[in-house]
Design a binder for this molecule. Structure first.
Ligand code: G3P
Length: 217
């Protein structure tokens, strides 16, 4: 399973990318707004740091302007994936970009029917927002399960990108259900490696080691 980070904060991306564990980045208009920075220079900087797909979202809602915005974002770097909302015009734009060989991330997916159309439109990624479904009392993980089943049965290449992650367990559950990617807020990525028993075990090892008086180097 691939792990993307869901942020537009370049310093956070830099600090996590040195692990070699980051396969890509997702941004959206809210994350760009939160960063307080210009979208073009931000996406450019992220693409200089991360070689995997970097999702940059159009803000136009009509087909013609989605195409213009998407082309501008796509010209920033080869690894930009154009993010379009799953609307009628968004699906048209998805098909047009994918016909040109441009990666597309179809976002704001809340149903299996939407995911089916995105795959037919040639989406590289479909982004089911599991946390936002859970927020309204629906079952986000069930949506992941439905999409992976449909894509498997029909052999679609579109990758399932679990988004709107609310916990480490969401990442694990998505992985078990066959999501290809989870896009993870930085704080959850850190929580993935932290465990109190790891800390305690390491502390015990180091204390026993000190008693030996040895040094490996
Ligand atoms: O990539 C967008 C998605 O992850 C949004 O998450 O937390 O705003 O629902 P959230």
């Amino acid at each position: 399973m691939q792990l993307f980070i869901d942020t537009a904060e370049i310093e956070e991306i830099r600090s996590l990318n040195i692990t070699g564990l980051i396969d890509g980045v997702t941004t959206n208009p809210s994350l760009i707004a939160k960063s307080g920075r210009n979208i073009i220079s931000t996406i450019e900087e992220i693409c200089n740091v991360v070689s995997g797909p970097v999702s940059a979202e159009v803000t136009a809602t009509d087909f013609d302007n989605m195409i213009l915005e998407g082309k501008k974002l796509s010209s920033i770097a080869q690894n930009v994936a154009i993010k379009v909302p799953i609307t009628f015009d968004g699906l048209r734009a998805c098909k047009a970009f994918s016909d040109e060989g441009i990666m597309v991330n179809v976002t704001l997916c809340f149903s299996a029917a939407q995911a089916l159309l995105a795959a037919k439109a040639g989406a590289t990624f479909i982004s089911p927002f599991i946390g936002r479904l859970d927020d309204i009392g629906a079952d986000g993980m069930n949506l992941i399960s439905e999409i992976t089943e449909i894509y498997d049965i029909h052999g679609f290449d579109t990758k399932v990108l679990a988004a709107s992650i609310r916990s480490v367990q969401d990442i694990i559950d998505s992985a078990k259900l066959g999501a290809n990617v989870a896009t993870v807020p930085p704080k959850f990525l850190k929580s993935m490696y932290n465990h109190p028993l790891t800390d305690k075990g390491l502390s015990d090892f180091l204390s026993d080691w000190k008693k030996t008086g040895q040094s490996i180097l």
